[in-house]
Design a protein around this ligand. Structure first.
Ligand SMILES: O=C(O)c1cc(=O)[nH]c(=O)n1[C@@H]1O[C@H](COP(=O)(O)O)[C@@H](O)[C@H]1O
Length: 281
């Protein structure tokens, strides 16, 4: 039987810690790394980040947008990076933030979460703002194949508040109702264990403001936590930012590590892994 994503995540936390290195080949970074602003440049960048992360960190998160810029050539480069990362034993979170309805959602889920697919990842970020129920095909496929799904819940960008702080009929914020739905799903599918469906909650925000402390989870939820480093949140504050959710937190950092350049990235990964480890005590 395939191990669930939650079980695999638990193992990664023990083996390699909870840092996730973002693979975001921004134009300015390609230039700083002496690489061309092309699909080949993005691919070389991604492979170099994978090499630096392998054996030092446990998780990487390629940002699909920076590969999609180059159309089909970018996707070929991305496929190479995904395969290299998975071959290196890294857990791969595809950051594509997909959101669709019905069979179209099913199509995206098949693309990213089916074993053997060219774009296969271990987990995918998804956008629930077509309704949490619209994600069902992705959640089901993930459970079937031991994959994970990270649902945008409270995002690190200030504009997110317009949608995520709105209150539903029960008086819960939209963000809190997403967290509640995720917890219910996990409680049904993995009672007493770490769930396979996680929430994206930015480290730059206060959980209370988003009403997230009003729906205490009954399971250990994987939390993808961007916003550390470049966006301003400090890893040392992990415990105070996430409170009861801290045990499931994956600390995601892109620019703050990638800015170290090709000669400094391995050391930068090691420093970040150590900082996360000491923050967790
Ligand atoms: O899903 C994400 O990873 C994500 C969610 C969010 O709320 N905020 C956020 O910054 N991200 C992503 O996390 C990465 C952040 O990069 P840095 O700010 O350079 O660490 C980018 O790839 C963003 O798209």
């Amino acid at each position: 039987m395939t191990a669930s994503f939650g079980t695999r995540l638990d193992e990664v936390f023990v083996r390699s810690g909870r840092l996730c290195v973002g693979i975001d080949p921004h134009r300015f970074l390609l230039e700083a790394w002496g690489l061309p602003d092309t699909a080949a440049g993005a691919g070389a960048f991604g492979l170099a980040v994978v090499e630096a992360a392998a054996g030092r960190a446990g998780i990487v998160k390629p940002q699909v947008a920076f590969f999609e810029r180059f159309g089909s050539a970018g996707y070929i480069a991305l496929e190479g990076v995904l395969a290299a990362a998975r071959d290196a034993g890294l857990l791969v979170i595809g950051d594509a933030k997909r959101g669709e309805i019905g069979t179209s959602m099913e199509g995206y889920a098949e693309a990213w979460l089916t074993p053997g697919s060219p774009l296969e990842v271990d987990a995918l970020t998804v956008n629930p703002y077509l309704g949490f129920g619209s994600l069902q095909p992705a959640l089901e496929l993930a459970e079937q194949h031991g994959k994970g799904v990270f649902v945008l819940t409270a995002t690190s960008n200030p504009e997110g508040r317009d949608v995520q702080l709105a209150e539903d009929r029960a008086g819960l914020t939209v963000a809190a109702s997403m967290l509640d739905e995720i917890d219910h799903w996990n409680a049904r599918h993995h009672p007493g264990a770490t769930g396979s469906i996680g929430a994206v909650i930015g480290a730059t925000l206060r959980l209370e403001e988003f009403g997230l402390t009003e729906v205490p989870p009954t399971t250990t939820l994987p939390i993808l936590a961007p916003g550390f480093g470049h966006q301003g949140a400090a890893v040392a504050d992990l415990g105070s930012i996430y409170g009861d959710l801290a045990p499931g937190v994956i600390v995601s950092e892109s620019r703050s590590i990638l800015a170290a350049g090709p000669s400094g990235i391995a050391d930068a990964v090691e420093r970040s892994v150590a900082a996360v480890r000491s923050a967790r005590g």
